[in-house]
Design a protein around this ligand. Sequence first.
Ligand code: G3D
Ligand code: MG
Length: 203
Amino acid sequence: MGLLTIIRKNKAKAREMRVLFLGLDNAGKTTILKRMSGGDISSISPTLGFNIQTLMRGEYTLNIWDVGGQRTLRPYWRNYFESTDAVVWVVDSSDALRMGDGAEELRALLSEERLAGATLLVFANKQDLAGSLSVDQIRDALGLEQIESHKWRIVPCSAISGEGLDEGMDWVVGEVAGRLYWSGRRAPAEAPESVSHPPVVSA
Ligand code: G3D
Ligand code: MG
């Protein structure tokens, strides 16, 4: 048995999923992840490169990549696409001005070949803020109903109160598990041997 086969079998046994957290900067990606892993959310600084978090959800291990969303870092997102099982697109629901920018970035993302099989969850974050756009308004602004290439869902949430986070992630895990582990149609995602990381830039 080759080394690759052994690694694959071990991964299947470990039931791993690779999840990419993306969205514009300031959407709340890092705060959501900190909140889900039980970390302190009182001092989050902008992500200048990326964070990796491992989360256990039931019998599954989620390897989550949280990549900085500033405009200068977005070209580097593609370095993380390989073997991605799910994309979690986080939206700052209180930032109506940048909704168009976000819609454009999401559209570009979904046309990426290497993300073709990935499940898409949209987190309409910051619902705790007065004046936030509703989930219906965000669904329209992002043109989600027009998406036919990916299985998608939008869930309202707040990283501050924690509301909606479990609902969203449970859906992701259920979807990916159904595809990877129950149908037996394809082997679990391989982590790439290496990825090129974005350079650290000063804010
Ligand atoms: P990012 O990783 O997507 O770039 P961050 O975003 O997690 O760094 O969050 C950006 C800012 O939004 C942070 O505030 C954070 O506290 C805030 N934030 C994240 N999620 C929520 C939410 O659900 N509700 C509210 N009210 N604020 C949220 P600061 O002030 O540190 O910039
Ligand atoms: Mg961040």
